[in-house]
Design a protein around this ligand. Structure first.
Ligand code: NAG
Ligand code: NAG
Ligand code: NAG
Ligand code: NAG
Length: 688
């Protein structure tokens, strides 16, 4: 008996040793040689030559000390991390069969291209596979292309899989459902298509699922959703998913982030969403949703961002939304909502942005004095009546107020004169009466802010006279500049500038001013500022003591960022682009860049840092942005989630859009540009 057991043990041992013998046939030397072979096929233009110097034949024996390599206790490679090394290359010469013990494989943020070989299925111990593009720029950097290999299903240990921002163009292989240990799965920003395989319902450990910005179709079936009960973040936005949002989504009670925007979802918003009591972000905008806003949303007391804009929602705003006291942004614009704006919204004292435009709201503007945190208030294009409440002055942070296209009557309260934070306002197309306000913030107000109010009359003689004369002197200045330009640059340049101006004039309400433009980059000097901006570039430079180091606050994707505190108290972030890079920009690209800047200066959207303007001189390019306190950007964009991810300003204006112009400017291959334009999907539907 005793003997038998021992023999049995031996046999067991032998059996279990067999595969070991097979795998241990890969020696560290073999691995090292294979890595060198792969390295020789890689390249990098701006790569510090020393970076992978340790990967060399003379250094064969210290494999485990090589850059970017980590080993197991048995001195074989367990981790390869080449992230963000600006490497160009492929996986063609990577011998997957030699690295059975690899647990981490990270090539993110490089310029790898070509297919993902199916031999990747050999890395059976892999727990982390990151082949994603550069996360900090909204443009795919990696160009892994072709299909997701079905062999990925053999990576049964995989917990983290990120293939985002590539050019993968298959459907999701159903084999992916075999990777049941997956907790993080991102396939975003590819060209993936088809329906989600039902096998994904096996991924019961998923905490984060990000499929956004692809071409997926079909319904999110109840059987899929109901298994993902560990999900904290579900990002399906910017696809072509359709059908109704299944009520089973209410089972995902751990969810904090739910983004389904920019799809083809129809039907009603399920009541069951009210069960997602941990939700921070709920983005359903830009779909075809109908019916009423469920009362149950009032139970989402952790909610910070709620955007239901650009749907076909009807009925009234539920009073219950007044309970969402953590809310920073409430966006309901472009729907068919009716009734009065509920008083209960006045409880939302932390709210930053309230967008109710383009609905059928009636009644008066509530005395919204409780909304003391508000930066933006857009009530335009409704049927609101009654007077503009003077309580508005209690909103001491308000920067943007749009009441245009309503039936508001009475006078513009003089209490508003001293709301010095208010940099943009619009009272046009109402039934307002009384004198045109001219003092305080309304000094030199653009006429367009008041047009369409037949009862508003200019002041007699005095104030109007001085106002119009100041406008005159302004335009006289402009004329002088034109004359100067005319003689200096010749007719052609002015013609171009005028053409630009006219083109722009037609296209947008906020007209940036083009001061000067030329075809040659070195001579090139140009300035575009939002019309509402009340400072000059010279003032900004002065405030920074001509880019003194003490105003330097960090590095962004493409250059250094400075903070300028203007005399008016306004704070502006200035990004100076790397001159070396920008010197290479052909003038023709600059023109496209300018066009883009023009577009960006007219955009107002929560996901876009306000771009005040752009200036270029002596071969340098400067971008002027709204300054956000450290951390507040991430919070504004993503709530808590992003705040840690993107500490500002080291990673700078999130990538997502504020760098989008820059990325485009500096991209060498101009054929990429249209891709980036595609990323404008982030724009609010109403702003398009
Ligand atoms: C893999 O790891 C095991 C122990 O974890 C070790 O015995 C074996 O030699 C390693 N094989 C290779 C090829 O790295
Ligand atoms: C593993 O590698 C071997 C040798 O390169 C190859 O023949 C095999 O197909 C690979 N396995 C998978 C699953 O790709
Ligand atoms: C997918 O991409 C690869 C490589 O770019 C290409 O050869 C192939 O035709 C594409 N397939 C489809 C279906 O678009
Ligand atoms: C919210 O507002 C309503 C109406 O103004 C008020 O009755 C209620 O007490 C407020 N507080 C909460 C927590 O709802």
């Amino acid at each position: 008996m005793q003997l038998k057991t021992t023999t049995f043990h031996y046999i067991l041992l032998l059996l279990s040793a067999l595969p070991l013998i097979k795998t241990t046939s890969t020696s560290p030397e073999k691995q090292a040689e294979s890595l060198i072979k792969w390295k020789d096929d890689l390249s990098s233009s701006s790569w510090p030559p020393s970076l992978l110097n340790s990967w060399s034949l003379t250094n064969l024996n210290s494999l485990c000390n090589w850059t970017a390599i980590a080993c197991t206790k048995t001195n074989t490679v367990s981790k390869i991390d080449l992230s963000n090394m600006q490497i160009t290359g492929t996986l063609a010469l990577f011998d997957f069969s030699l690295f059975p013990n690899l647990t981490h494989f990270n090539l993110s943020g490089n310029y790898f291209r070509g297919p993902i070989p199916s031999a990747i299925g050999n890395l059976s111990r892999l727990t982390t596979l990151d082949l994603s593009g550069n996360k900090f720029i909204e443009e795919s950097q990696n160009q892994f292309s072709g299909p997701i290999p079905p062999s990925i299903g053999q990576l049964r240990e995989l917990q983290y899989l990120d293939l985002s921002a590539n050019s993968l163009n298959s459907s999701i292989p159903s084999e992916l459902g075999l990777c049941t240990n997956l907790t993080h799965l991102s396939l975003s920003s590819n060209n993936l298509n088809g329906e989600l395989p039902l096998s994904l319902s096996n991924l019961k450990s998923l905490v984060q699922l990000d499929l956004h910005n692809n071409r997926f179709i079909g319904q999110i079936l109840p059987s899929l959703v109901s298994n993902w009960t560990e999900l904290v973040s579900l990002n399906l936005q910017q696809n072509n998913f359709g059908g109704t949002i299944s009520a089973e989504i209410g089972l995902l009670t751990q969810l904090q982030y739910l983004r389904l925007y920019s799809n083809e979802f129809s039907g009603e918003i399920p009541q069951s969403l009210g069960n997602l009591s941990k939700l921070h972000v709920l983005y359903l905008f830009d779909n075809h949703l109908t019916g009423e806003i469920p009362q149950s949303l009032g139970k989402l007391t952790q909610l910070q961002l709620l955007d239901l804009s650009n749907n076909h929602l009807t009925g009234e705003i539920p009073q219950s939304l007044g309970k969402l006291t953590q809310l920073l942004g409430l966006y309901l614009k472009h729907n068919h909502l009716t009734g009065e704006i509920p008083q209960s919204l006045g409880n939302l004292s932390g709210l930053w942005r309230l967008y109710l435009s383009a609905n059928n709201f009636t009644g008066v503007i509530p005395r919204i004095s409780g909304l003391t945190g508000l930066f933006d208030l857009d009530l335009s294009s409704n049927s609101l009546s009654g007077a503009i409440p003077s309580e508005l002055r209690m909103l001491t942070r308000l920067q943007y107020f749009n009441a245009s296209h309503n039936n508001l009557s009475g006078e513009i309260p003089s209490a508003l004169d001293h709301m010095f934070t208010l940099s943009s306002y619009d009272f046009s197309y109402n039934k307002l009466t009384g004198p045109l306000p001219t003092s305080g913030i309304f000094n030199n107000a653009p006429k367009s802010a008041f047009v369409g109010n037949h009862g508003l009359r200019s002041h007699a003689e005095g104030p109007t006279e001085s106002k119009s004369s100041s406008t005159k002197s302004k335009s006289a200045n402009k004329n002088m500049v034109s004359v100067f330009l005319f003689s200096f640059l010749g007719f052609a340049t002015v013609a171009i500038a005028i053409a630009f101006f006219l083109m722009f004039h037609k296209r947008s309400k906020i007209r940036p001013q083009v001061i000067k433009t030329s075809q040659n980059f070195e001579d090139y000097e140009s300035m575009i500022l939002q019309e509402e901006v009340k400072f000059t570039f010279r003032e900004v430079v002065k405030a920074m003591d001509d880019f003194h180091e003490k105003h330097y606050i960090g590095r962004g994707g493409f250059g250094r960022v400075y903070k300028a505190e203007l005399e008016s108290g306004q704070v502006v972030a200035v990004k100076r682009l790397n001159t070396n890079d920008s010197n290479d920009i052909p003038a023709i690209n600059l023109q496209s860049f300018e066009n883009e800047i023009r577009t960006l200066t007219t955009i107002r959207h929560r996901n876009i840092i306000r771009l005040y303007g752009f200036s270029s001189r002596r071969g340098c390019i400067f971008l002027l942005y709204e300054y956000l306190q450290r951390g507040s950007l991430g919070k504004a964009l993503y709530g808590v989630e992003g705040a840690t991810e993107l500490g500002w300003p080291t990673r700078d204006f999130e990538p997502r859009l504020s760098d989008f112009g820059t990325a485009r400017l500096l991209s060498i291959d101009s054929s990429n540009w249209t891709n980036i334009v595609g990323s404008l999907g982030y724009m609010a539907p109403g702003d398009r």
